[in-house]
Write a protein that binds this ligand. Structure first.
Ligand code: SF4
Length: 479
């Protein structure tokens, strides 16, 4: 890969779009020349692809007078990436539904524009004209921005969220990029890990009390928390109930992600412990794919878990699906989504397959899905969710997703998760406990992060440091 930019440089963004068109093995050189004269931007891009040359000559009228430096930078960057994509599309007809919009939170851009007082038509114009976003994605981003705005406004003053990371899973999935360890290797640490975690809850409760704050949301994630036995889960729930005032709790979520770890006893312990939202994650309802990605459950087990959870009284269930799993066609994905809809979860979250290292993923037998198919799956999701009265309310993008596409949480009215929006929009302090979580201290526009150790062995060994870090929270937030 060779990218040379004259006049204006946006190396990060150029590389991002380059990777959407070209593989590492391809012989490609890119030269671009940027000029801003008499309120006109001109970008000339030339791509040498093998023995052929493709070019684009892009012009855009833009008046930089009285414009913020950051806005000017964004416009210049959009002009360069647009010119590059226009030239690259002459080589490969790759559809970019998000146009040249970068960043992990497209809805945030829309919400900020709304807060600046821009009307819907102006926002649509910016997305379409400057970023070349498709109509479907514009309507998605607008809807997400409106819904998340309502949730952000409902965050209580002096409230915080608590995240508890349980970094254990029964086995490791093919595509995993989360903080997790396979209990066949790390199971020996579980007992000590839980003991330390209980002490960390004690310490955190003291910190929250000293700060005069209260807990609005609790999220137990991982890993797969239900990998722990019912005995350990009950100890954690008991401690949470003893130490925190749960009267003001809005959401208490337990990721019961993998159906092979869910039992009636664990669900009952969660219900008694105050959990009011759980996640049961099929990822796909196709048995062949489940085997390929290293999951040990069957679609039937998903249905049984839903039945058990409903019987025990859970009335807020989320189900995660992944679009673009190895060898899945759009029809296979549509089948999974239709089957999940039949289970009637209040929330459905559709992630796009993201693979950090595509080469090693291929070596393990995986093949990345074409962006065009991925987008077909997502458009089907958008339509099905609308038909079943579920609204999109949080959205983020990750690196290494085919076609630069998005992950979206959909919810029935009244079941949207404020915690999920917090994670994306960073409007409420989140104190993280356990393995791999990161505390985010929100102080107006400033955010301080404190990281917990990812590995259970390190968490145990360096636990004193974890407690010291909790004291830092008082220093930072207590002024
Ligand atoms: S269940 Fe989730 S955290 Fe656990 S290995 Fe699979 S992808 Fe990773």
């Amino acid at each position: 890969m060779l990218i040379v930019q004259n006049g204006y440089e946006c190396d990060y963004e150029m590389k991002l779009f380059y990777k959407l068109f070209f593989g590492e093995e391809e012989d490609v050189s890119v030269y671009s020349n940027f000029e801003y004269k008499e309120k006109n931007i001109n970008v000339y891009t030339e791509i040498i692809y093998g023995t052929k040359v493709y070019f684009d000559d892009f012009n855009y009228s833009f008046d930089d007078e009285n414009k913020d430096k950051r806005i000017i930078k964004k416009i210049f960057t959009a002009a360069c990436t647009k010119s590059f994509c226009h030239a690259a599309k002459k080589i490969k007809n790759i559809n970019l539904p998000w146009g040249v919009m970068c960043g992990i939170r497209p809805a945030k851009i829309v919400r900020v524009l709304m807060e600046e007082g821009k009307g819907e038509e102006d926002i649509k114009y910016i997305l379409k004209d400057i970023y070349e976003v498709s109509d479907e994605k514009i309507s998605l981003a607008m809807e997400v921005a409106k819904n998340e705005k309502k949730l952000i406004e409902s965050i209580g003053k002096n409230s915080i969220s608590i995240y508890i990371g349980i970094p254990f899973c029964p086995t490791r999935c093919l595509y995993c990029s989360f903080v997790s360890t396979d209990i066949r290797v790390s199971g020996k640490y579980i007992d000590e890990f839980v003991k330390k975690l209980l002490s960390e809850i004690d310490k955190t409760a003291e910190v929250v009390k000293k700060l005069g704050m209260y807990v609005e949301n609790i999220y137990i994630g991982g890993g797969t928390p239900t990998t722990l036995d019912e005995k350990y889960l009950s100890m954690i729930f008991k401690k949470i109930n003893e130490k925190f005032d749960l009267n003001k709790i809005k959401e208490f979520t337990l990721e019961a992600g993998r159906p092979d770890t869910i039992t009636e006893e664990k669900l009952k312990a969660a219900k008694t412990g105050g959990v009011n939202r759980i996640s049961i994650n099929p990822q796909t309802m196709n048995i062949e794919t489940l085997k390929k990605i290293g999951r040990q459950h069957t679609p039937e087990m998903i249905r049984e878990c839903f039945e058990k959870a409903r019987k025990i009284g859970f009335d807020n269930i989320n189900a995660d699906l992944i679009a673009g799993l190895p060898d899945e066609t759009p029809d296979m994905f549509k089948y999974s989504l239709d089957e999940v809809i039949k289970l009637d979860p209040e929330n459905i979250t559709v992630h796009c397959m993201a693979v950090k290292r595509a080469a090693s993923f291929r070596l393990k037998g995986g093949e990345l899905t074409e962006a065009e198919y991925m987008n077909e799956m997502l458009l089907y999701t958008q339509k099905s969710m609308k038909d079943t009265k579920r609204k999109p309310y949080y959205m983020y993008r990750q690196k290494n997703i085919s076609g630069n596409l998005e992950n979206v949480g959909y919810s029935k009215e009244g079941y949207m998760s404020t915690y999920n929006v917090n994670i994306m929009e960073e409007k409420q302090t989140i104190i993280a406990l356990g393995g791999g979580g990161s505390t985010k201290l929100v102080m107006g526009d400033r955010i301080e992060r404190i990281f917990n150790f990812k590995d259970p062995a390190e968490y145990i060994k360096r636990f004193d440091e974890i407690l010291e870090k909790k004291d830092e929270i008082i220093k930072l937030l207590g002024g």
